[in-house]
Design a protein around this ligand. Structure first.
Ligand SMILES: [Ca+2]
Ligand SMILES: [Ca+2]
Length: 213
């Protein structure tokens, strides 16, 4: 006697798979899963000691978690001085895949003389279409250990690329890190579709078998 394939045996794994993708876990985006680069929109100016001793712009995204504390030093911070008032530093983030963003984390310098006074963010999806923008006046960093200010975002969805333009009213732009809390955007994966098609084919097969008995 042939073993019969039950419809429930097919549907339950499909349902489990669908639920799994719907409750994706929150992720902190840092150097382990995203990249950052200095944009060509950066104004004329000086990076001071930012890249001394082989340091790279990855100092922006090296916080291990959203609540990590960083001590200000040449090894941990970014310091840009624009040549003219209004000039600033442009950063280009690439998240590699699309995320739904929920919180922006900003580790600012601790005093007005050097801290970042304004950041203009632009959010783009995987096709480079603008999906949101935000202007933020970040708070001064805590002292001595600098912790992030957490800024709730109005849920920009399906974001892959972010442009940030950082300025200081006195031309100084000094900060420690920028990070994002996010969840992977809910896009059905091709493998999910493939399994659903296989499942439906299986149901059809089981139905035909029952009719032929
Ligand atoms: Ca840092
Ligand atoms: Ca300032």
């Amino acid at each position: 006697m042939k073993p019969k394939l039950s419809i429930a045996a097919i549907l339950i794994p499909i349902a489990a798979l669908t639920c799994q993708s719907a409750v994706a876990a929150t992720t902190y985006l840092n150097e382990s899963n995203i990249t950052v680069a200095v944009g060509s929109g950066t104004s004329p100016g000086s990076f001071n000691n930012t890249f001394d001793n082989g340091a790279t712009i990855n100092k922006v995204i090296d916080a291990p978690s959203a609540d990590a504390e960083e001590i200000h030093s040449q090894a941990t911070h970014i310091w840009f001085t624009a040549a003219q008032t209004g000039g600033g530093l442009e950063l280009l983030f690439d998240f590699q895949i699309e995320y739904d963003l929920s919180v922006l984390h900003f580790w600012n310098y601790t005093s007005e003389g050097y801290d970042v006074d304004n950041v203009d963010f632009s959010f783009y999806d995987g096709s480079n279409v603008l999906v949101g923008s935000l202007s933020v006046a970040p708070a001064l960093g805590s002292y001595p250990g600098i912790r992030a200010e957490d800024i709730a975002l109005d849920a920009p969805l399906n974001v892959r690329y972010v442009t940030a333009f950082l300025t200081g009213s006195n031309r100084q732009v000094d900060f420690q890190n920028i990070g994002f809390t996010a969840t992977v955007s809910a896009v059905p994966e091709p493998s999910t579709y493939a399994l659903m098609v296989l499942g439906l084919a299986g149901i059809g097969l089981a139905t035909r078998r029952r009719r032929s008995v």
